[in-house]
Design a protein. Structure first.
Lengths: 153, 376
């Protein structure tokens, strides 16, 4: 397996964010994310990918569990965050755009934020470092989204 | 309509008085040539042509092989193609810019034009040509292009470096936060102080990287101008700085500001830095008053003024505050990296404007930026 899965909240309980994918090529950053995510108590299972290609491969799998949110870095070797967004949108269409992507980046280029806003799947643009507060915001967003689905449904 | 009498007179004088023709030639041209196309090894060249390349005209024998030896081979090909086409069809111009080699090895750029003189059947039998030396123009053009390329390379380099620096700095910042989160109880007071100092240094590094990036983003940038309402922009900037303004207890007074033709992001950076400085270097013990106002100068320029009654700047230090990384205080007294006013000056320059300073130590400062005013 070329990515790491960590289950923090046991089956049967309903965490605020059931399945979270994190795509970032920096191994140390990924280690810290894991600690912050675990400490938050908000995430059921985290799937950590060191490359966008691996993340895309995972999304293609028919037998994968559902994905609630993706934390996505922009600057990565080979396939960057934007290429990942384009490839996933082209291949998977609505089933991808229904997910919640949060850009998590050190990018200093203001045009990157503008570019990210062009993708409807991108719901938030955050600057590193990741803090627990960011995870609260994501869980609140998911709760609102679930609520409006119920109301519309 | 008959020709003007002076034109007729001039043509007559030119034909009988060689000194007049010589004056026109020497004053306006860098060489004249006259080629016998029936005896193509005969081409009279005026001495000025050879002098362009540091060659003594006395050594030359009016043989076209002589200039063909020192012209750039690619340019010679182009000239010969144009020559053949012009001889076949007088509508095709003989006109090209070519390179010659000076005796000192440097390149001399010459515009070379010519016109064939034809016999009764239309056959070209002579060719009259002129030279204009344009090396200075070419060099300026080349220098401009090289400069633009160098600026652009510098900008991408600075961007890449800033970005690659920011990433590990962020990682260290997160590692320190994790250390405090999990090991706070295990650290001694001394240990906690050291971690705290590490955090402060990292924060400073983050500010430096961001300021460096703002600065490089405006170097030689091709800016697109649009109408910018300065009063709206000033309000946005004040919102951004609200926390700092409240902490300093400063009173900010904004008079009505005009619209200017400018680059929006750069104007925002400019106001943010000037107002931010007024807050930072304002009167410490309260009573800090900051004024933002504009006046129209010479009917077509606007002068934006940011005035404070803070610590002021000694006239001897005026140049220093605008220099890249120029600072007057230690970081512990006033934080910052010394790029803010360098950035402001660069932005004023990008807009064809200026920034000036009026200040006295201890008596506040007023920065004045002049920009073209939006007409209407």
């Amino acid at each position: 397996m070329t990515f790491e899965v960590h289950k923090f909240i046991p089956e049967g309980e309903t965490p605020a964010i059931t399945n979270l994918m994190v795509v970032d090529d920096n191994k140390v950053d990924q280690m810290i994310y894991r600690r912050i995510i675990k400490r938050s108590g908000l995430v059921g299972t985290v799937y950590q990918f060191l490359s966008a290609e691996e993340a895309l491969k995972h999304l293609r799998r028919k037998d994968r569990s559902s994905v609630d949110a993706i934390l996505l870095d922009i600057n990565m070797p080979r396939m960057d965050g934007f290429e990942f967004l384009s490839a996933a949108t082209d291949e998977m269409g609505d089933s991808f755009t229904a997910m919640v992507v949060i850009m998590l980046t050190t990018s200093l280029d203001p045009s990157d934020e503008h570019r990210a806003s062009q993708y409807s799947v991108v719901k938030e643009y955050l600057n590193k470092p990741l803090v627990v507060q960011h995870l609260y915001e994501i869980s609140e967003y998911l709760a609102r989204k679930a609520q409006s689905t119920v109301e519309q449904g | 309509m008959a020709d003007h009498y002076l034109k007729t007179e001039l043509e007559h004088e030119m034909s009988v008085n060689p000194a007049m023709w010589q004056f026109v030639q020497e004053a306006s041209l860098d060489g004249v040539w006259y080629w016998d196309l029936e005896q193509p090894d005969q081409e009279w060249m005026s001495p000025e042509f050879w002098k362009l390349f540091g060659i003594d005209p006395q050594e030359k024998t009016h043989n076209p092989a002589e200039w063909q030896d020192i012209i750039n081979p690619d340019d010679l090909k182009l000239a010969l193609i144009n020559f053949e086409q012009h001889c076949a069809d007088s509508n095709h111009p003989y006109d090209q810019v070519v390179r010659y080699k000076h005796v000192d090895g440097s390149t001399i750029w010459v515009r070379c034009r010519g016109q064939a003189i034809r016999d009764g059947t239309g056959k070209a039998i002579r060719m009259l040509g002129v030279h204009n030396e344009i090396t200075a123009v070419k060099r300026r053009y080349e220098t401009g292009r090289e400069l633009a390329a160098a600026n652009s390379e510098l900008r991408s380099f600075a961007y890449a470096v800033s970005h690659d620096l920011k990433s590990p700095v962020n990682t260290v910042s997160m590692l320190l936060a994790e250390l405090l989160e999990n090991e706070r109880h295990a650290l001694s007071k001394d240990g906690l102080d050291l971690v705290d100092l590490a955090g402060t240094s990292i924060k400073r590094m983050q500010v430096l990287i961001e300021d460096l990036l703002s600065y490089t983003s405006v170097i030689g940038e091709v800016v697109e101008f649009e109408p910018v309402a300065l009063d709206v922009l000033a309000q946005d900037v004040l919102d951004d700085l609200r926390q700092d303004i409240e902490n300093s207890g400063a009173e900010v007074d904004v008079s009505s500001l005009p619209k200017v033709i400018a680059h929006r992001t750069q104007m925002r950076l400019l106001l943010k830095n000037l107002i931010g400085n007024a807050v930072k270097y304002g009167k410490k013990e309260g009573g800090n008053k900051i004024k933002l106002f504009a006046t129209v100068v010479d009917g077509n320029q606007v002068e934006i003024n940011v005035q404070d009654n803070g610590i002021g700047i000694d006239e001897a230090d005026f140049d220093k505050v605008f220099a890249v990384f120029g600072r007057l205080h230690r970081y512990e007294e006033y934080d910052g990296v010394g790029l803010g006013l360098a950035l402001c000056r660069r932005i004023a320059m990008n807009h064809g404007g200026t920034i000036t300073l009026q200040s006295k130590s201890g008596q506040g400062s007023c920065f004045a930026v002049r920009l073209p005013l939006m007409q209407n």
